[in-house]
Write a protein that binds this ligand. Sequence first.
Ligand code: ADP
Length: 744
Amino acid sequence: MSNQAHTFKGTIAVLTSGGDAPGMNAALRAVVRGGLDAGWRVFSIREGYQGLVNGGNFIREMSWDAVGGIMHRGGTVIGTARCKAFFHREGRRDAAFHLVEAGIDRLVVIGGDGSLTAADLLRREWPELLSELVEAGRLSQDNADRHPRLAIVGLVGSIDNDMVGTDMTIGADTALHRITEAVDALASTAASHQRTFVVEVMGRRCGYLAVAAALAGGADWVLIPERPPEREDWEVAMVESLRAGREAGRRDSIVIVAEGARNRRGRPITAEYVKDILEHHLDEEVRLTILGHVQRGGRPSAFDRTMSSLLGLAAVETLIAAKPEDEAQLIGLRANRINRSPLMACVAKNQRVGEAIEKQDYGAAMEMRGAGFSETVATLDTMIRALPRPPEPGQRRLRLAVLNAGGPAPGMNTAVRAAVRFALDRGHTVLGIRNGFPGLIDDTIDDLGWMSVKGWGTIGGSELGTSRSVPEAGDLEAIARTLADRKIDALLCVGGWEAYQSAYLMVENREKYPAFNLPIICLPASIDNNLPGSELAIGADTALNAIVDALDKIKQSAVATRRCFVVEVMGRYCGYLALMAGLASGAERVYLHEEGVTLDDLKSDVDRLVAGFEGGKRLGLMIRNEYANDCYTTRFMVQLFEEEGGDLFDVRQAILGHLQQGGDPTPFDRNLATRLAGLCVERMVAAVESGCGDAVAVGLRQGGEAFIDLSGLGEMIDPDFRRPAQQWWMDIRPQVSVLAQPSP
Ligand code: ADP
């Protein structure tokens, strides 16, 4: 292979290794396009380290188009492998030879901790390997001198989410989608026959998938490696809990077992064993389902596409900025932002988690997994209870009310169910207000018991009923009366803009209506993701996945024609869904209200489309936020492109409409809803007990979950366009553009 790097700034390569993971293709695409955009030559290595050892056709130069149309595919299009030869120095020497031969001394490795360890080993040995190659006469000294160091950047591809240094690994969210779909399906058949299902999920050393799936799927018991059951006779506790659930009215029972589940003494607990125990002690049929490789496969979720794309771009940026003396870096995600850390420190820490589990030091293992994991496990402990704990003697029983307001957002029911169960478990009473604020005005309110919210965790829509109506000044008297008559101690409003607006109205009128001095808490639920105080609202992930599903189909429909689609997505004045859908689907252009649309923009878009189709392009995808511009409507854009496209391409519009609001919530939305609801209940109880009329909104913010004061809402929003004044995702627009089309 000749080295033609003179027209490039340098040469980089990328490989995928170890277990495949959905989202690897999006990362690959971003590395290739990011590299080319920065003026570097990019190679891909086929079949992981085996390709490096083999060289030749396994190392191939990549073009912009070579990574087109791959993002929606599971697995990795460049192949992955477990390579025995790489464990030996000769294998790694061959690998170094083939890299230098192709002029490559910068490498992105996408894989699990084994693959990343291997990458660092190659980096450390590199100078010696090159000397050996020179000595053996395989490499000239000159060529070796041109590549004194190997720079490495790692991305973690692993469905298990088992890596320190990133909140999420590539593929984990998709695997969770697969497991949750399976658990939902099993739950419905289990409920029909009053059966128990034992479900084995992946995770030899990491219980993330089991715990997250149990929380999302409303499972009744879970067994994981990091936290074996407390009791020696845990089998009895499990059987008792499932039996109590049945007696309380549960029709389906689901037990989730991670592959690596174990007891306190380190002995494996197999799914088969759990099934036998349950079959023996519960007088009913128990079925075992081992999900196996289904969990690894299939189309990547929206999150795995967007995160992996951003990680891939950050990897390239880090790699081409790397200095010879730099250690290998790991690029991950921390609190919703790209994060760089020294790769080997992360790998070493990860190995310590495994060692702690082996040594049966489960406390240390849990601690090293991080606070988020422990909190999720603690949340699960409450959610899987068959019935609430009885109230403490003499405890004050608070009356907490909950409502949904604003447009429907998948996950609203999950939040209400979690709030009800957390509150009842702490000995309080929960009142469900029907149909949003109108229900508070009309006093349409029911007591919500433990089993009244059964099954709410997994269904879309709003079982309580929601309404976009905001109270008028004349309604406040009625609201104050309901609050007083019903002796409501605190109010939780799960909803969108109208929920926040109504809560704010109550806070503003506290002097006039003393009944409004109760704690009022808002929990963000809106597919538009346009709420202040939270980077993500419940429902947005589900809507985004619905959009991405639809876009995959729309793109596929155009195989035989040269066609451009203009797709209109929801969001009102907030461009979050449009931008993220553009990133996840590889759209050429995204139109946002935040940026505006000008005639010049449209002119240059037309020129680009024409040039693209003239150059052999077969498909164009433009995504337009519904309110991007009043004049340049979706229809207008379609007509404009159609007219200018002439015979070169035709244009179709697709207005996705309400399918974006519907559907069952994604695992992410379910688990976010549950976590936030738990925090809200804690906060409401504390506020009532301390007598403070807290008025806050919970949210996911930099550094974790936090509350903002509702009285400061005015400064945090753009009232004309009903969106936050600052929107974090606006910062990723340049990355979206880089990936969309090659710079002219
Ligand atoms: P994962 O990356 O998913 O953890 P593996 O542990 O199987 O998967 O590693 C993938 C490949 O990386 C191995 O087949 C081998 O080629 C290479 N590899 C892993 N660990 C090492 C090591 N300690 N030394 C050399 N190569 C290794």
